[in-house]
Design a binder for this molecule. Structure first.
Ligand code: NOJ
Length: 530
């Protein structure tokens, strides 16, 4: 079944850029917007349609941009507002859109709103944040713990109240019960939409509203997943509150009015809960990110079951989204694939052929792997030795590996990059561009095939019967994908077909009659012949 009138973000391949690690134009060891602009031709060549940049706004960088001190400007490390406008124009000249990252759950403690809120209990922005009195015995207002570890409350001594921070103490949570906060964020969205930004990824989308009565969270049960145990509780009252949905219904109307997209960081562990962020009428977030999928293992059983659940539960007219890596988790070539290239190729084929919008993270296209970061070079404040999140998220945030030389094509050879390089001699863009069978050219060819073959973008998804370890699915009528995610070869019944693309590239064009033997960790896209 084909769907008509797709919106641009349904047809798009989105590419997540971590700007600090993408390209450094001014030799300070940190990537920036002019550097990214210089690399747009690579992204055009790759064939992606939209870039999502992690936050580029002014920030004291306690959490590398996720602690915003001004939502309407650009961090000086990255450039200027003019650079941002130039990025939008240069991307658009190459047929690409730019998506920014909005952080509405909290601000930096350096944001003027919070500085004002701290001046007194009757300050005009006091109620923009979540304040609470100590309990009568002087203890914390409730038992909530922060994602960064420790209590989610810090006492502001001059005014005698605690403020809430679900992350670092330098990231005070905003009070979404106050309508002024909502108005301020609608102005921020409008400001950037008018500057040509094509949408937003919304940070901590599931966490904006907090329980009005600030009730204690329950303790984890035996069956609750590990993160809850690490934090000592299940976040029932400080996350996933029903009132959050109303915010997204409003933003959806705003975004749809000018065809912008809203991607949600809906970090929830159940598919059903993730689906709720589409809105029961499909009128909330366009693309709520699927963490159950990304956190599952790379096996046909685990992943196909999640895809089935999504396909069954999606509200009418809503659209799936798939990703394997981001700046908060281990890169998929390491996490899913144990740095094994055959598996990486299968994972890329999967991400780029499932029904829905794929999001690639910078470096995914070359199979960039996690880089171990020594303790004395850790920059992730939440991942410092001794913290519950040690060793943190830096291994997936290291510089893009452009070239096999000092500086990696990321910065000048004599400059120390903000995070160490990986093995740039082994994995880099320049060498892979020259090699027609490389991971990079596979990624590019998969994207090109998506573009050329409408069924891969708009066709329905149907899972077909297959031997254990193999994930076999049909897209539309005439396109079948066979992924052997197991370590044994497998015979798969496919009918008469031609291999349009094979993960190892040595079977492209092969004809098969009825069945096909897939090697371990091998995948093919088949065009059926009738
Ligand atoms: C999710 C972001 O992706 C992460 O990097 C950040 O630390 C937290 N939200 C807090 O903003």
């Amino acid at each position: 079944m084909e769907r008509s009138a797709a919106r641009w973000w349904q047809d798009a391949v989105i590419y997540q850029v971590y700007p600090r690690s993408f390209a450094d134009s001014n030799g300070d060891g940190h990537g920036d917007l002019p550097g990214l602009i210089e690399r747009l031709d690579h992204l055009r060549w790759l064939g992606v349609d939209a870039l999502w940049l992690t936050p580029v706004f002014p920030s004291p960088n306690r959490d590398w941009g996720y602690d915003v001190s001004d939502y309407l400007s650009i961090h000086e490390d990255f450039g200027t507002l003019e650079d941002s406008d130039r990025l939008v124009a240069e991307a658009s000249a190459r047929g690409m859109r730019v998506i920014y990252d909005l952080v509405p759950n909290h601000t930096s403690d350096r944001h003027p709103w919070f500085l004002d809120a701290c001046t007194g209990r009757d300050a005009s922005h006091r109620d923009w944040y979540v304040w609470a009195d100590p309990r009568p015995d002087g203890s914390l207002p409730n038992n909530w713990t922060s994602v960064a570890g420790g209590p989610a409350w810090t006492l502001h001594e001059p005014t005698g109240q605690y403020y809430l921070h679900n992350f670092l103490p330098s990231q005070p949570d905003l009070n979404w019960w106050n309508p002024d906060v909502g108005d301020a964020f609608e102005d921020i969205l409008t400001f950037w939409f008018e500057r040509g930004i094509a949408g937003f990824r919304i940070d901590v989308a599931h966490g904006l509203v907090k329980d009005r009565e600030l009730r204690d969270n329950p303790l984890p049960g035996e069956d609750d997943p590990e993160p809850f145990h690490r934090r000592g509780q299940v976040p029932v009252y400080n996350m996933n509150r029903p009132e959050t949905h109303e915010i997204f219904r409003r933003w959806r109307r705003l975004a749809d009015a000018s065809d912008r997209v809203l991607i949600g960081e809906t970090w929830v562990l159940q598919v059903g809960r993730m689906l709720s962020y589409y809105g029961t009428a499909g009128d909330e977030l366009h693309l709520p990110l699927n963490f159950p999928f990304v956190l599952a293992e790379l096996s046909s059983e685990a992943l196909a079951a999640i895809v089935d659940e999504v396909e069954r539960g999606l509200p009418e007219g809503s659209w799936p989204v798939w990703f394997g890596s981001n700046h908060d988790i281990s890169r998929f070539p390491t996490r899913w694939c144990r740095n094994d290239e055959d598996r990486v190729r299968c994972a890329l084929m999967m991400l780029l052929t499932l029904r829905g919008t794929p999001i690639l993270y910078y470096g995914d296209e070359i199979g960039q792997i996690d880089v171990p970061v020594p303790d004395d070079r850790i920059r992730d404040t939440m991942g410092m030795p001794g913290s519950i999140n040690y060793p943190g998220r830096d291994p997936s945030r290291t510089p893009m590996q452009w070239e096999p030389r000092l500086g990696a094509g990321f910065t000048a050879p004599e400059v120390e990059p903000w995070l160490p390089y990986g093995d740039v001699a082994r994995i880099n863009v320049a060498d892979q561009r020259r090699d027609a069978a490389s991971v990079l050219n596979l990624t590019r060819d998969l994207i090109a095939l998506r573009r050329a073959r409408t069924e891969l973008r708009r066709g329905g998804y149907e899972r077909l019967e297959a031997p254990a370890g193999v994930w076999l699915y049909r897209r539309g009528v005439d396109t079948v994908i066979a992924l052997n995610l197991s370590s044994r070869s497998a015979d798969v019944r496919v009918g008469d077909a031609r291999v349009l693309l094979s993960t190892r590239r040595d079977r492209d064009g092969e004809r098969c009659a009825r069945s096909l033997t897939l090697r371990a960790h091998e995948g093919v896209v088949l065009g059926c012949e009738r």
